[in-house]
Design a binder for this molecule. Sequence first.
Ligand code: ZN
Ligand code: ZN
Length: 131
Amino acid sequence: MQKVLGGCKLCGKPMQTNRSPLIHRTCDACKDEQLRQSNRRLTVRRKAKRHAIKAALKPPQCQRCGKAIEGAHMLTPNGQWVRKFCGTRCRQAAFQARNVPGRRLRPDMLTSEQALETAKAVAQAERDKAP
Ligand SMILES: [Zn+2]
Ligand SMILES: [Zn+2]
């Protein structure tokens, strides 16, 4: 082991090398800093991209009543709005519309499958309420 001439490439901190002392090396602290910087740049770039996608899209409309959805600021990675309905009422109405045939058959009985679906819808509605 010998000393790297000039030390760390970036901060000049003395470094050891098992190769030529002329090969410049970067110390761990500087490497960490480089990683942090590149992560930060990546985050900024991703954020800008997200904003550009959002700006290019029209505000989402409720799939049931067509009203613009307020507070729909979230996008999934494929550019879809997270929210499809303006509120719990439209979501439930759409859910019920999809499930009418099953309900007509046995209006007074809730099968375990339907109970499960209802529970899922309620859970989804709860998630929708959260910001
Ligand atoms: Zn350094
Ligand atoms: Zn609606």
